[in-house]
Write a protein that binds this ligand. Structure first.
Ligand code: FMN
Length: 229
């Protein structure tokens, strides 16, 4: 790697140190900053360079209105109807245990007991105001595109998170933000063919907040890679 004419050790550092932030300061983020992030992320690769990504950026007054809309939907127990979901009906190993560890680890750090249903609901509710972040990004693509384009969208999604770090900004990838796709399409005046894939909270991370001390683990390379030589 060191012989390569272009060597970017900071890329590794960014990938390894990025983690989800679930509390943000009130400092605003402006269009220019987000445009710079997207201006980097647009260089993500995609199948036959289709560039399927589309993104709605919501800040300022409009973000506050979006918070109200999503919080109301959550408070009224509106059934979620995601158009892309990683959740399984029947969880199986090793995914079941990993998911469990992620949930329990988070609640442990913020000291919410398993039995404390009210506190858990209150924490879940924060998802729907993007954990107080000043910006929400909604990632979508044309509904008639194939699943291969979702792969491309994922690369773009990660690029946005990494490019945000270069702006001194933090993120939380958030499927919760697309729980109510029709509400979003109406609110953002998007066409029916816009398929909502995921959301993201973006802002200045609150480094004092206990919730942001939470770290997830990763499997070792040997657990997921097979080498053939
Ligand atoms: C597509 C996607 C959707 C996610 N949705 C949520 C969400 O709705 N709420 C949340 O708190 N975290 C969400 N996460 C964050 C994951 O829980 C987190 O990425 C994972 O636990 C690894 O932790 P890390 O991001 O801190 O490394 C999501 C992550 C991804 C990639």
């Amino acid at each position: 790697m060191n012989d390569h004419p272009l060597c970017y050790p900071q890329v590794n550092q960014a990938i390894v140190s990025r983690h989800s932030f679930r509390a943000f300061t009130k400092e605003p983020v402006d269009q220019a900053q987000i445009t710079r992030i997207l201006n980097v992320a647009r260089f993500s690769p995609s199948s036959t360079n289709m560039q399927p990504w589309q993104v709605a950026v919501v800040i300022g007054e409009k973000k506050r209105a979006l918070d109200q809309l999503l919080l109301n939907a959550f408070d009224q127990n509106t059934p979620a109807s995601p158009e892309l979901s990683a959740y399984l009906k029947d969880w199986f190993e090793p995914y079941k245990s990993r998911r469990f560890a992620c949930g329990t680890g988070l609640y442990e750090v913020i000291q919410i007991a398993k039995e404390d249903r009210a506190a858990r609901v209150a924490q879940t509710r924060k998802n729907f105001e993007a954990f107080g972040a000043p910006a929400v990004l909604i990632f979508y693509m044309h509904k008639d595109l194939n699943e291969g384009s979702i792969f491309d969208m994922g690369m773009f999604y990660q690029s946005v998170m990494l490019a945000a770090l270069a702006e001194g900004l933090e993120t939380c990838p958030e499927a919760s933000l697309i729980a109510y796709p029709d509400l979003l399409r109406n609110f953002l005046d998007l066409p029916q063919e816009a398929r909502m894939l995921s959301g993201m909270a973006l802002g200045h991370g609150d480094y004092q907040a206990p919730v942001n001390q939470f770290r997830t683990s990763r499997e070792e390379v040997q657990a997921f890679a097979r080498f053939y030589e």
